[in-house]
Design a protein around this ligand. Structure first.
Ligand code: HEM
Length: 220
């Protein structure tokens, strides 16, 4: 298959556009939820530190053992899907769903954000509670329609494995290397949880936190 310079440029652009924002947003909302839920933060840190030990760098081979942290990430995706209404689709033919007639060539959006907070699927939907995923088979691979941060079907995110590994590795390293606190005088109730609506969904306000190194400084 011949590849032109334009093809290569388009692929690189796709990776930057689709890949950086989504990962950053997940970590931004994730750290915000963890700092507001210190018991969850403690449990996740204890797990990572228990597995990685004194080694400074988290390795990809550590990730399969971080069951609680994976549940934390599912919960971040449930409440804060970085692409809240997925990408627009168009119906190829006329179809009736639940009595609603949808003509061919209708553009429609799937509200993954609302699906993640639907009280018919989730107990205490507004509460950040990673425990709900411990011992549960619900995953975000596109088979469980109540949790679809990467979409579902043939048009779903082609980088689900890479995206997940990037978030897991980065979050594990942040939890392992630092203890996190809000700046003096700031309380969790002061954090602005307002979302900015768009194709990707940022926090309106930057998260400002104090990172205290967990390991003593070593001049190596
Ligand atoms: C936390 C990480 C990520 C999340 C939550 C995410 C989510 C999504 C979602 C929801 C879609 C639309 C799927 C649909 O409508 O069914 C999508 C599409 C896409 N994603 Fe991701 N993504 C992530 C990371 C990445 C990364 C790291 C890359 C590339 C390196 C990437 C590349 C793409 C591309 C190219 C598409 C468009 C696919 C198409 O046009 O068919 N994503 N992503």
């Amino acid at each position: 298959m011949p590849l032109t310079m334009d093809n290569v440029k388009a692929i690189i652009l796709d990776m930057f556009a689709a890949g950086t924002d989504t990962t950053f947003i997940t970590l931004d909302w994730g750290m915000t939820e963890l700092i507001t839920n210190p018991i969850v933060m403690e449990k996740a840190q204890a797990e990572v530190r228990g597995i990685v030990g004194e080694r400074r760098i988290v390795l990809e081979s550590d990730l399969p053992q971080l069951h609680y942290m994976k549940a934390v990430i599912k919960e971040i995706f449930r409440l804060h899907p970085p692409v809240p209404v997925l990408v627009p689709r168009e119906s190829m033919e006329e179809i009736t769903i639940d009595g609603y007639n949808i003509p061919a060539k209708t553009r429609y959006f799937i509200n993954a954000w609302a699906i993640g907070r639907n009280a018919e699927s989730w107990e205490n939907p507004e509460t950040f509670e990673p425990e709900r995923f411990m011992g549960s088979t619900i995953d975000f691979k596109g088979q469980d329609f109540e949790l679809i941060p990467f979409g579902a079907g043939r048009r779903s995110c082609p980088a689900i494995t890479f995206g997940t590994a990037s978030v897991e590795l980065a979050l594990a390293q942040l939890l392992h290397s630092f203890d996190w606190e809000l700046p003096p005088g700031i309380e969790t109730k002061d954090l602005d949880m307002t979302e900015v609506f768009g194709i990707t969904m940022h926090k309106i306000a930057d998260l400002i936190v104090v990172a205290k190194p967990h390991f003593p400084y070593k001049n190596t």
